[in-house]
Design a protein. Structure first.
Length: 62
C-alpha cells in the first residue's frame, strides 16, 4: 500500500496525548501520536509541506 494512503488515513486522528511537539521545527502541534508520526513521514518522505505546521520559508529551512 502506498505511503500516501496511510498519510491520508492517519493524519488528523484525534486522541490523547495531543498538543505541542518539542524538538521538531516543522511540526509544532499534533492531535495524536499517530497524527505526528504520519505528518513527519509525509513531510520528510513525500515532500508534503502542506502537512507541516510551519511552511519551509517560515521555519527558515529554505
Amino acid at each position: 500500500m502506498p505511503l500516501e494512503k496511510f498519510v491520508d488515513a492517519f493524519t488528523a486522528t484525534r486522541f490523547e496525548p495531543a498538543g505541542l511537539v518539542e524538538g521538531n521545527e516543522r511540526i509544532a502541534r499534533a492531535s495524536s501520536v499517530l497524527d505526528y508520526i504520519f505528518r513527519e513521514l509525509a513531510v520528510s518522505y513525500l515532500g508534503r509541506d502542506d502537512l507541516a505546521t510551519d511552511q519551509p520559508e517560515e521555519a527558515g529551512l529554505e
